[in-house]
Design a protein around this ligand. Sequence first.
Ligand code: NAG
Ligand code: NAG
Ligand code: NAG
Ligand code: NAG
Ligand code: NAG
Length: 267
Amino acid sequence: MKPSCSKCFLYFLIVFFLCNKSSNAQNATTDPSEVRAINSISGQWFIYPLDQWNISGEPCSGVALRQSDSVFEDPVLGSDIRCDCSFNDRTVCHITRLSLVGLHRQGGIPKELLDLPFLTFLKIDRNHLSGPLPAFIGNMSRLEFLSIAHNNFSRPIPKELGNLKKLHTLNLSVNNFYGTLPPQLGNLVNLEQLYINSCGLSGEILSTFANLGNLQVVWASDNAFTGKIPDFIGNNWPKLTSLRFEGNSFDGPIPSGLGNLISLTSL
Ligand SMILES: *[C@@H]1O[C@H](CO)[C@@H](O)[C@H](O)[C@H]1NC(C)=O
Ligand SMILES: *[C@@H]1O[C@H](CO)[C@@H](O)[C@H](O)[C@H]1NC(C)=O
Ligand SMILES: *[C@@H]1O[C@H](CO)[C@@H](O)[C@H](O)[C@H]1NC(C)=O
Ligand SMILES: *[C@@H]1O[C@H](CO)[C@@H](O)[C@H](O)[C@H]1NC(C)=O
Ligand SMILES: *[C@@H]1O[C@H](CO)[C@@H](O)[C@H](O)[C@H]1NC(C)=O
């Protein structure tokens, strides 16, 4: 038994190594409509060419094929792109992750993002984006991570955001929105992290939010929220580890149900 198993393992290693090599081979090319979209976005956005990002050539080459995620995790700075080149027998690449942070870009969200239909991760924090968050953001249906923090978006949050059912992280914090939370956000049942601190929002925390049973982090401080802190938090959000509600205008006491939250470590 033992010798044949170690042979198996060796075989596995070789196959793994070969597969890995061919996945990095430059036979695969980016979907042409995505090349047009990313070139148009980079033409509008970049104030300087980004390090090792093949802007004018094949976007899914160089840095875009790296395994390391460090820039995506950096909260302050960083522009980065990642592709998945495993489509159509490893001949087609799609752009899956995009981070355009701290570029001092003014204006709105570019509509060309809709031509990157495989995006799962979009981070455009710390620019000077303003105007409404467009309803078409609700068509980016593969998004799992959306962060637009530290911009100057205004007007109400579009209800179409509630179409992004795959979202696990939504960061709208430090913007200039107006009005109440749209009840449709209660459709985002996969949401684990919700950041709506310093967003300009008012009104009550809606009963539809009781559906968000996977929430672990909820930062909603420094808005003008009113009404009671809902009882459902203690009953329906069992995974909560971090809850921030300070700096609002809630009435009445903290609900006793919060005592149910055994994972809660910061309040
Ligand atoms: C690249 O494509 C060519 C022609 O389609 C094929 O012959 C070759 O084996 C491919 N190379 C790799 C590394 O997949
Ligand atoms: C950039 O893309 C071009 C193809 O348009 C390719 O020839 C070149 O090798 C790429 N550069 C890098 C650093 O991958
Ligand atoms: C977004 O999706 C809706 C519904 O599928 C569609 O009617 C609309 O035209 C789309 N918007 C854009 C800008 O593609
Ligand atoms: C934010 O946008 C508003 C208009 O909605 C504008 O009056 C204000 O100057 C902007 N603030 C910054 C810091 O850009
Ligand atoms: C969301 O934005 C806040 C800034 O208000 C930041 O502290 C936090 O790390 C961000 N979270 C994610 C997951 O991007």
